[in-house]
Design a protein around this ligand. Structure first.
Ligand code: MN
Length: 362
């Protein structure tokens, strides 16, 4: 595993981003930040008009000899940019973070521990909320919840069902899909899984792709309550998406490669996806077959079995609707116990106060 010394380094580099960009522009840095243990790399996409990401950044990073700055030659989007960072990584474990994160105290060892026990486990830290406007830090509503999606492929969070609840709420728990792009993975396992689908453009759908893939192809995924990373949920997306690129295309790629007959449930809700071109997915399908991956039905039956209770693929008839107390459940989850003393050394970075209001953005 990577040296523990990498942890403060990553914290510093993230703070460096804040310093470099100035408080008001921290969230304007879209480019992907990669923490690579046994060294760290910052991967920057080509940008114009962001002078603070040029020489000032190079000068600051010179203070951290193990950090390499890579720059893409053209706009690649976060997915291929992450792959570039991963391709130069040499450590046993790769950790991906967004560029607008602040790692909390002792966030790394609880992740590495789970990978050391089972190298095919992808692990996600708990994502805390850093407010877009004043940087205050707090847990998400409900804190520990499972990652899920509805059948338009919007990311959702659902309560941990009693069957999967641990006696100690600080214990890792299984999650069907990750929230975004904050995770650690055994480097070789990441590449055995083919990394991300390089045909995905800019942003969107990649968290489903990697999640379905790891579950269906012999691995597993966990959220780790003792590992906490703050993330700025932005109010707006501070970059432009090139013409002709759409989230729909990415989602259709993921559906076509991984979701089997369940893709139909998406097309029923989003008919415009049905005839959209997803590009060439032959290589991805071949990967799926060469890894001998299980079916999406298996995923829905064994891993995300609780998801249809909240987001049924086939809407129940009107008689079965009514007040199905999702709100009540959310309220219950809002009072979720905090991680116990088992999370040694875990302290909030800053005083937690106030409530988060805002529309989460990538
Ligand atoms: Mn983000």
């Amino acid at each position: 595993m990577g040296p523990g010394g990498a942890e403060p380094l990553v914290g510093e580099t993230e703070r460096a981003v804040a310093q470099t960009c100035g408080a008001s522009e921290l969230c304007a840095v879209q480019d992907t930040f990669q923490g690579l243990f046994g060294g760290a790399a910052l991967v920057w996409e080509v940008k114009t008009g962001r002078e603070h990401l040029k020489k000032p950044l190079e000068d600051y990073m010179a203070l951290f000899p193990s950090v390499r700055i890579l720059r893409t030659k053209k706009r690649e989007g976060l997915i291929r940019t992450r792959m570039l960072g991963a391709s130069v990584a040499t450590g046993d474990v790769i950790t991906f973070l967004d560029s607008h994160c602040e790692a909390n105290v002792n966030w790394l060892p609880p992740l590495l521990d789970r990978i050391a026990r089972n190298r095919k486990t992808i692990v996600c830290p708990m994502i805390d909320v850093i407010d877009h406007d004043d940087f205050r830090y707090e847990t998400q509503a409900g804190d520990a919840m499972r990652g899920a999606f509805d059948w338009e492929m919007y990311y959702k969070r659902i309560p941990i069902p009693p069957e999967l609840q641990k006696t100690d709420p600080s214990d890792p728990f299984e999650s069907p899909v990750m929230a975004g792009g904050l995770f650690a993975v055994d480097r070789k396992w990441f590449w055995e899984l083919g990394g991300y689908d390089p045909g995905l453009e800019i942003w969107g759908g990649e968290q489903y792709e990697i999640s379905f893939k790891v579950w269906m192809c012999g691995g597993r995924m966990e959220d780790i309550p003792c590992s906490r990373v703050g993330h700025i949920y932005r109010k707006y997306v501070p970059y432009k998406v090139p013409a002709g690129v759409s989230l729909a295309r990415n989602l259709k790629r993921v559906a076509e490669v991984w979701m089997d007959e369940y893709a139909e449930y998406i097309y029923q809700r989003r008919p415009e996806y049905r005839h959209l071109s997803a590009g060439d997915v032959a290589a991805q399908k071949k990967l799926r077959s060469s890894l001998n991956c299980k079916s999406f039905k298996w995923f829905m039956t064994k891993i995300a079995w609780d998801l249809p209770k909240f987001y049924p693929p086939v809407e129940p008839p009107a008689a079965a609707w009514g007040e199905v107390s999702l709100e009540g459940r959310m309220g219950d989850a809002g009072s979720t116990k905090q991680p116990s003393q088992a999370c040694q050394g875990l302290r909030p970075l800053r005083h937690r106060q106030g409530a988060f209001h805002g529309t989460p953005q990538p």
